[in-house]
Design a protein around this ligand. Sequence first.
Ligand code: CA
Length: 228
Amino acid sequence: MRILIVEDEPDLANALARGLRQQGYAVDIAENGEQGWELGEIYDYDLLILDLNLPDMDGLEVCRRLRASRPSLLILMLTARDRVTDKIAGLDLGADDYLTKPFHFAELLARIRALLRRDLRVREPILQVGELKLDPATRTVWIGRQRLDLTRKEFSILEYLMRHAGEVVSQEELIEHVWNEDVDLFTGSVRVHIRSLRRKLNDDVEHPRYIETIVGAGYRLLPSGGTE
Ligand code: CA
């Protein structure tokens, strides 16, 4: 397990790194947000210990950027005691857990173990079709490194199409698997959501890169998923 500590207080960063290395983790330190972001982009860390209060690039911004480009990275935030809004913002940005300073090293270790366990147990694998990536656990979608803002329906449609990439999926099938007990059970509503999904994917009906319409049959997510 490889861990990156982003912390601008050298004494704390070094003490944490020393303790974690003794536990058998591989540990790197970034002294500021900019460096943390850069290292996070370069190396495939399993877990990020991220101080929110950093001198240059704010910890929340580091979280936002790395969450967008590294969907499976676990992020544990370190926050000051009274910054409740930071904790909320961090969790909303996709951090997995937080610890309030000051904390006991034993608690940090327990949190890390819990995160790694939880990760192995409940995280469904991320779906990938070409440029498209979808994380069922966090309900997040990316094209390349760009995160898409989808509605619940759009997300579910795309998830179903990605699980059946290359296959023709009928409107009835989508209704059955995506609509649950909702009332708008007519195929026109599938078309409406497909249309808005296409718009967000920047897809072209005539020359689709992602979703192809098979007239009289349904839709097909192209297995190339946007890659030429
Ligand atoms: Ca700090």
